[in-house]
Design a protein around this ligand. Structure first.
Ligand SMILES: Cc1ncc(COP(=O)(O)O)c(C=O)c1O
Length: 463
């Protein structure tokens, strides 16, 4: 494989975007990736998806996988369990928020979220409330590409033509600084959703405690969490956290659920558990959820072929070992505060930068129209897309998201380096990113001037 790029005319893979050229990554070492043309990229996105939390090419983790592979790579956990699965469940419970006592493994984030919903449903059915099936969730979120996880998000642009297949769950808008800075509007929307569904039919409230790509590093204000807690107590639904990104250290605690004012009932996690070395996810539940099953049918069946496989669980164990022995969760918590300040400082003076947010090594940048410093940028400027393209040209991998149709989010970038990134590497990432944003901001200013000069469309003609 020596071509510098692969495009749709030269691949047998069905690529996500047929008009895009893809560099071919052939090697990774620490926070550096190398493509087939020998170009090197600083990976400020932990493998692009925030999974590679420990960087690339870790021999200790590969060695742990090799050892397990030689001893026992695979057994299906329907009739057999295995020591790696048992130990990983115990170790996860040790670092989970208080009260979480049981774990079920899966192979990824969407599967974990689906399993969280199945567990919330089982909890109610087992306790004699089979009418509870509805889920209320935040509209501006990402929970995965499967039918149920797409139904959990309220983003029509993401659901595309799959709408007819999706369960009719209810959504509330996020309480962002722009839309609802106090959290009260989101709580009112939650009350309306509860009334619409009938609170006795609601199984769960589902959300990202700290958002990833959909609203980088955003978390609702305290009042929202308090109000959610009040409603959970009054109406008896469960709260499920999608911690596919935030779980296992990303935001400076083992789980974001330990730091929110409300402790969830179910946590779904994935990416950082395998750190990019194995496809593994997990769902953790509080004792009361387990007890509902234990005191009820005593069955929670349906699983996937790779759930709890020794090979992936051995990787999970090695990942937890590294996190503990290198003090990485603490490092992310402490260094993340400074990283956010450094990012903000480097972007200072760029009128297009509206807000820099951060929790640990999950940082987000919100872009605004520089003319009023409040509105979203016109989508035709493709600011998010240009950030990623220009960053890649500068040997930096970041991930930006486009404005959504419903006006809940504009152009934004995620900045989520591996936990092992050295201070020098962080500085280089910040510097390349700031240079990228400055270039794209200048481009956007020219684009805005051109749009202002464009002849007005005669009234009545479609745009
Ligand atoms: C917050 C969140 N939830 C769920 C998912 C889906 O995870 P997976 O791609 O492993 O199915 C993702 C993936 O990016 C995510 O960011």
């Amino acid at each position: 494989m020596s071509a510098a790029y692969i495009d749709s005319s030269t691949t047998r893979v069905l690529p996500p975007e047929l008009d895009r050229r893809y560099p071919v990554a052939v090697r990774g070492e620490g926070v550096w990736l190398e493509d087939s043309a020998g170009r090197r990229y600083l990976d400020a996105m932990s493998g692009g998806s925030m999974a590679a939390t420990l960087g690339h090419g870790r021999r200790d983790i590969v060695e742990a996988a090799r050892r397990q592979g030689r001893q026992l790579a695979y057994v299906h956990n329907e009739r057999l369990t295995n020591p790696a699965q048992e130990r990983l469940a115990r170790e996860l419970v040790e670092v989970a928020p208080d009260g979480f006592t049981r774990v079920r493994f899966v192979t990824g984030g969407a599967e974990a979220n689906e399993l969280a919903i199945r567990l919330a449903r089982a909890y109610h059915v087992e306790r004699g409330e089979p009418s509870r099936w509805q889920v209320i969730s935040q509209a501006q979120a990402y929970h995965g590409p499967t039918m149920e996880t797409l139904a959990l998000t309220g983003r029509p642009g993401l659901q595309g033509p799959l709408g007819p297949y999706l369960a009719r769950h209810l959504h509330i808008p996020p309480s962002t600084r722009r839309l609802d800075p106090t959290g009260e509007a989101a709580l009112e929307a939650l009350d309306r959703a509860l009334e619409q569904a009938g609170p006795e039919n609601v199984a769960a409230f589902f959300c990202e405690a700290i958002s990833a790509a959909a609203l980088p590093a955003y978390t609702p204000p305290r009042r929202f969490w308090e109000g959610l807690e009040e409603r959970r107590r009054e109406h008896g639904f469960l709260v499920c956290f999608d911690e596919v990104v935030t779980g296992v250290g990303r935001t400076g605690t083992w789980f974001a659920g330990s730091a929110t004012p409300l402790v969830p009932d179910v946590i779904a996690t994935a990416k950082g558990l395998g750190a990019g070395y194995a496809a593994i996810g997990a769902v953790l539940v509080r004792e009361q959820v387990y007890e509902a099953v234990a005191n009820g049918s005593r069955r929670f069946t349906l699983g996937h072929t790779w759930d709890g496989a020794p090979l992936s669980c051995a990787v999970g164990l090695a990942v937890l070992d590294v996190l503990r022995s290198e003090g990485l969760v603490e490092r992310v918590r402490e260094r993340g505060v400074r990283l956010r300040d450094e990012l903000e400082e480097a972007l200072r003076g760029i009128a297009m930068v509206g807000e820099v947010r951060g929790h640990g090594f999950l940082l987000g940048v919100d872009y605004v129209d520089p003319r009023d410093r409040a509105s979203f940028l016109p989508p035709e400027l493709r600011v998010a897309g240009r950030i990623d393209e220009v960053a890649l040209e500068r040997g930096l991998i970041v991930l930006s998201t486009q404005p959504t149709r419903d006006g809940m989010a504009g152009d934004q970038s995620l900045f989520a380096p591996p936990f092992t990134t050295t201070d020098e590497e962080l500085a280089e990432m910040v510097s390349r990113f700031a240079e990228t944003v400055r270039l794209v901001a200048a481009e956007a200013n020219r684009g805005l001037a051109a749009l202002e000069q464009a002849p007005a469309v005669p009234a009545g003609e479609p745009r």
